[in-house]
Design a protein around this ligand. Structure first.
Ligand SMILES: NC(=O)c1ccc[n+]([C@@H]2O[C@H](COP(=O)([O-])OP(=O)(O)OC[C@H]3O[C@@H](n4cnc5c(N)ncnc54)[C@H](O)[C@@H]3O)[C@@H](O)[C@H]2O)c1
Length: 439
């Protein structure tokens, strides 16, 4: 099938190559000329495991193309995916200007029936808005489909190729058939394609992300209680996670959720609920808990140094909002760095993939190191912010010689408490007992 993908960010750039990989001919279009040039030259613009292989394979086999021309991209396409940004507007509601703008542009140039698919995360009623705006610009037949994307950065290729489920929101029979045909190869193992109306589909995505964010904030509050009463959040997690009704996943306490989706989607569901005079009380609390949790590591640092960290130097391991991605949007690391700098401290950082993105944002406000050990040299303490595998079993002997003090603040609970007692560290993690220097 001939497909167009409008927007080549984390979603569009995964969608395009993955759709090409099952034999479709895909043209991806983006307004960012530099990015398109890069992709045309065979360069992958984001870090995502497994993506480069699929990207190269499909370019070489002539099934994947890139352009800045919307007209060229959609000319032959039967299905047009919109994978465009829906950032929070001033009031936290989703800004639909990219989606509606592209829909109008598409409508102006279509000359036959097309299926327009919204992959972006959009509030309930967006399919109606897209339909209305398109009707202002064309007399051609078209169908608007809501097909929310559930991929997780870091495992995006796997999630796209073998999704838990595919949600397709449309009441248009022709579009339903085409979408079913397109997704068939991705659900061969029996995972369902769930068909529904557009509004239910749009809400499904917000409900999924908001539920996951709620799980995270809930566990972070349990962790805070653990610290006060002397319980261990990892034990509590295992205790509750073995109950099928709760499930083992997404129960890890930490330093708050980040990334480009959870913060904005929870906020957008709250705002769109306000528009219908509904006060989404749980989600307001989820947001509040997360705001506090993002800064909890700095609070721990300040408490340890008795409120005075001016002139002190800290090491930070991890910048990306989670491992296996270079994405730093809404990453807790940025909030922590900001708080440390504001308090007069200096920071050296290491992240396997996200350093260039942080450098582009913060420039020389912090020092960037070539490896994790260089970052800890002469630091008063090490802060662990992202759970990259390389940080899980460090060479503690080397750390001992480089760090000024044997002090670790771990936002991801990477180390066993007994190990830290044995190594003689002060070790302060999330929702667990503090290991003091003398054990
Ligand atoms: N990132 C994720 O993990 C993820 C997961 C599921 C859903 N989503 C949702 O998918 C949507 C896209 O997210 P993203 O992270 O890929 O965004 P992104 O910001 O990484 O990428 C958007 C791309 O669209 C391009 N663009 C903007 N206007 C354009 C236009 N008129 N024509 C062509 N290209 C245009 C931009 O240049 C950019 O390359 C959002 O609604 C997001 O909430 C994201």
């Amino acid at each position: 099938m001939k497909i167009a993908v409008v927007g080549t960010g984390y979603v569009g750039f995964v969608t395009g190559p993955c759709l090409a990989d099952t034999g479709n001919h895909v043209t991806c279009v983006d307004i960012n000329e530099k990015k398109v040039e890069m992709m045309k030259n065979g360069k992958v613009p984001i870090y995502e495991p497994g993506l480069e292989l699929i990207f190269n394979r499909n370019i070489n086999q002539g099934r994947l193309k890139f352009t800045t021309s919307l007209a060229d991209a959609i000319a032959d396409a039967r299905i047009i995916f919109m994978a465009l940004p829906t950032p929070p507007g001033g009031d936290g509601a989703a800004d639909l200007s990219y989606v509606l703008g592209a829909a109008a542009d598409i409508a102006k140039i279509i000359t036959e029936y097309k299926v327009i698919v919204t992959k972006s995360t959009v509030p309930v009623g967006t399919a109606d808005k897209v339909t209305a705006i398109m009707k202002q610009h064309t007399n051609m037949e078209f169908a608007v489909v809501s097909n929310p994307e559930f991929l997780r950065e870091g495992v995006a290729v796997d999630d796209f190729m073998k999704p838990d489920r595919v949600v397709i929101g449309t009441m248009d029979e022709r579009a339903r058939k085409l979408m079913g045909e397109l997704y068939g190869p991705y659900v061969r193992q029996g995972n369902p394609i769930i068909y529904m109306d557009e509004r239910s589909s749009e809400l499904t995505k917000y409900a999924a992300n908001s539920f996951l964010a709620t799980k995270i904030s809930f566990m972070n509050e349990i962790a805070n209680v653990c610290e006060i009463v002397g319980a261990d959040v990892d034990m509590v997690r295992r205790g509750i996670g073995s109950d099928d009704r709760i499930g083992k996943r997404f129960l890890f306490a930490g330093i708050g959720y980040g990334g480009s989706c959870f913060p904005k989607d929870v906020q957008a569901l709250v705002r769109s609920s306000e528009d219908i005079d509904y006060d989404f009380k749980i989600l307001n609390s989820v947001i509040e808990v997360n705001e506090i949790q993002k800064k909890i590591l700095v609070e721990k640092v300040k408490k340890y140094f008795k409120g005075d960290i001016k002139g002190k130097h800290f090491a930070m391991w991890g910048l990306a909002f989670k491992p296996e991605t270079d994405d730093i949007r809404e990453a807790p690391s940025l909030y922590i760095i900001d708080e440390l700098l504001k308090a007069g401290a200096t920071v050296s950082v290491f992240d396997p993939e996200a350093m260039n993105n942080v450098k582009a944002l913060l420039g020389d406000k912090i020092a960037y190191c070539d490896d994790q050990y260089e970052a800890v040299k002469d630091a008063e303490a090490l802060l662990i912010v992202t759970e990259w595998s390389a940080f899980r079993t460090p060479d503690f002997d080397q750390l001992d010689t480089l760090l000024k003090n044997k002090v670790i603040f771990d936002g991801r609970n990477l180390y066993d408490l007994q190990k830290m007692i044995d190594c003689g560290y002060y070790y302060n993690s999330i929702g667990r007992k503090i290991v003091e220097h003398n054990g």
